[in-house]
Ligand binder design. Structure first.
Ligand code: ADP
Length: 185
C-alpha cells in the first residue's frame, strides 16, 4: 500500500446512493469548514470536462471514464488537498488520496420520493432504491478503504444534515491538530 501524500488540508469523500444528500452535505460542509475546502461535484465535472464515454439513453446518465476523472483530479490532490469529492462511485479514487469517507444513507421510501421529485425514469429510481436497500455504496467503500476512515451517517432530514456536517467539522479540526509537527503522529 502506498503512503498518503503529505497534505496540508484533508480530502473528504462524500458518497452514497444518488438522492441521499451528497451535494447538500458537501455544500454545507464547504460553507462551515474551519479551513477552505473545494466542493467538487464529480458528476458535474464529468459533464463539463467531457470525462465520459458518451450518454447512456436507457439510464439517462453519462458513462464515466474513471481514468479521465482521476487524471483531472490528481493535480488538485497533489497540490495539497482541501477537497470534498461528491460522487456515488466512491471506490474510483486511489486510497492514498483519501482521509475520510462519509457514506450517506437514507430510508428507501424517502429516497424514492426524492428521486421521483428529481424526474428520474422509473427504472433508474428502482435501481437506486435497490442499491440503497442492499448497501451497495457502503460495501464498495468497505472494499476500497480502511474501515477506520469510513463513517456512515443517516440523511433523512434537516436536523441530521446539520448534525452530520457538525460532526465532519469536528473531524476536520482533529485532523488538523494531528498534522501539527508536535502532535506526536
Ligand atoms: P445527492 O447529491 O446524493 O444526489 P442531493 O444533495 O442532491 O443528493 O439531495 C437530493 C434531494 O434530497 C434534494 O432535494 C435535497 O434537498 C434533499 N435532501 C438530501 N438530504 C437531505 C436531508 N438530510 N434533509 C432534507 N433534505 C435532504
Amino acid at each position: 500500500m502506498q503512503e498518503n501524500a503529505p497534505r496540508s488540508l484533508p480530502v473528504i469523500v462524500i458518497t452514497g446512493t444518488p438522492g441521499t444528500g451528497k451535494t447538500t452535505h458537501a455544500q454545507l460542509l464547504a460553507a462551515q469548514s474551519p479551513v477552505p475546502l473545494q466542493h467538487i461535484n464529480v458528476s458535474e465535472l464529468i459533464k463539463e470536462k467531457m470525462l465520459h464515454d458518451g450518454f447512456d439513453e436507457e439510464w439517462q446518465s453519462y458513462i464515466a471514464d474513471e481514468d479521465k476523472v482521476i487524471d483531472e483530479l490528481e493535480p488538485l490532490v497533489s497540490a495539497g488537498g482541501g477537497l470534498i469529492l461528491d460522487w456515488h462511485m466512491c471506490d474510483a479514487f486511489p486510497e492514498r488520496w483519501i482521509d475520510l469517507v462519509v457514506v450517506l444513507q437514507c430510508n428507501h421510501t424517502r429516497l424514492w420520493d426524492r428521486l421521483e421529485a428529481r424526474g428520474y425514469p422509473l427504472k433508474k429510481i428502482q435501481e437506486n432504491n435497490e442499491a440503497e436497500i442492499m448497501n451497495v455504496v457502503l460495501e464498495e467503500a468497505r472494499e476500497a478503504y480502511a474501515e477506520d476512515i469510513i463513517v456512515t451517517l443517516n440523511s433523512e432530514d434537516a436536523t441530521e444534515l446539520e448534525s452530520n456536517v457538525s460532526r465532519i467539522v469536528q473531524w476536520i479540526e482533529e485532523w488538523l491538530k494531528n498534522q501539527e509537527p508536535d502532535s506526536g503522529s
